[in-house]
Design a protein around this ligand. Structure first.
Ligand code: 5AD
Length: 339
């Protein structure tokens, strides 16, 4: 795999194989997750991330419960069937309780006897009990990227008390609680090697991950990692596409996101990501007034749903509305029933 990642030859063949594997296993449907970035407060200080707590230049926001429920309602009415609630890392019990109440209320939006709105969370490292509270409230998917499976590299981009070990413990806790577990990495980090990327793929497979969100690392001017620039040995765009394709080939029935970061660094990133094997897109529902403040990296791209749908249709894929689009692998892994 290292050679496939490293070499420029056979790139088209790799992408074609991935597309074939995807069409055979999952068909041509692309599922939507309405992304609600409900707060940019963050209790962590990751060296690469624009919303890190030490970025004092950033104005912080937190949507109210009513605003979030309203957005969830819009998603539901438009047939999205799933939303993803994302924020900077939450830490207080108060915030966990807010989220648990919110999830319960969002679940109530759905009329009885119909498919309820799927809820994906992405709010960072929490305790087992906190993950449990949110699972019991009705969330059923959780995204927590490992960022890199190289422990030394992980340590170099996260200040203490964050640790690789803790991140792994969180992923195992999520698995134990029967969440559909999503993880992923950034591609093109300074000092990252092709061996690291190959090991990331093995990590996804060995852990038995249900969902993948991976994208290019994009330096953010207001972060300490920006001084190191980009990885000179790696083109983050082609390497991300190769990572998507290889992930799809080795894990044919998991869900893979065409990330916003991929769409940000290339105007055709959406199409390329889908053709490389991604079957999930996360249209941003965050209100325009605060969107700019959820700046994980610079110049984040936003594509309106209508444009997304047209572009997806133009490459002969179809948007899957009114259906959850859960990771088939999750049901295989857990033996749970896909309703
Ligand atoms: N470039 C690309 N991705 C980033 N993320 C955070 N900062 C950056 C950046 N500068 C990603 C991380 C995190 C997710 C929410 O956003 O992978 O897990």
């Amino acid at each position: 795999m290292v050679n496939v990642l490293k070499e420029a030859t056979n790139f088209t063949q790799l992408l074609n194989t991935a597309e074939q594997v995807r069409l055979e296993n999952l068909g041509n449907i692309v599922y939507l997750r309405g992304l609600i970035e409900f707060s940019n407060y963050c209790s962590q200080d990751c060296y690469y991330c624009g919303i890190r707590k030490s970025n004092h230049r950033l104005k912080r926001y937190h949507l109210t419960k009513e605003e979030i429920i309203n957005l969830a309602h819009i998603a539901y009415k438009n047939g999205y069937q799933s939303i993803a609630l994302q924020a900077g890392e939450i830490s207080s019990e108060k915030e966990v309780n807010f989220l648990a109440d919110l999830i319960k209320e969002i679940k109530d939006i759905t009329p009885p006897d119909s498919l309820s709105l799927g809820i994906t969370l992405s709010t960072g490292e929490l305790s087992y009990q906190q993950y449990k509270k949110l699972r019991d409230a009705g969330a059923h998917r959780y995204l927590l990227r490992i960022e890199t499976s190289n422990e030394d590299l992980f340590t170099s981009i996260h200040p203490p008390p964050q640790s690789f070990k803790k991140r792994l413990e969180c992923l195992y806790a999520l698995k134990d609680l029967d969440y559909q577990v999503g993880t992923g990495v950034m591609v093109g980090l300074p000092q990252q090697t092709y061996e690291d990327l190959a090991n990331d793929l093995l990590f996804f497979q060995e852990f038995g991950i249900d969902m993948i969100g991976l994208g290019p690392y994009i330096p953010h001017a207001a972060t300490p990692l920006a001084i190191k620039g980009v990885n000179e040995n790696m083109d983050s765009y082609t390497s991300t596409l190769k990572m998507l394709a290889l992930t799809r080939i080795i894990m044919p029935d998991i869900n893979i996101v065409a990330s916003t970061a991929l769409q940000t660094i290339n105007p055709l990133g959406l199409e390329a990501g889908i053709k490389a094997g991604a079957n999930i897109v996360m249209p941003v529902l965050t209100p325009e007034a605060v969107r700019g403040k959820y700046s994980l990296y610079n110049n984040k791209s936003y594509t309106p749903l209508i444009e997304l749908a047209n572009r997806i249709a133009n490459i002969n894929y179809e948007v899957g509305l009114w259906t959850l689009g859960d990771s088939p692998y999750y049901f295989f892994r857990t033996g749970l029933q896909n309703t």
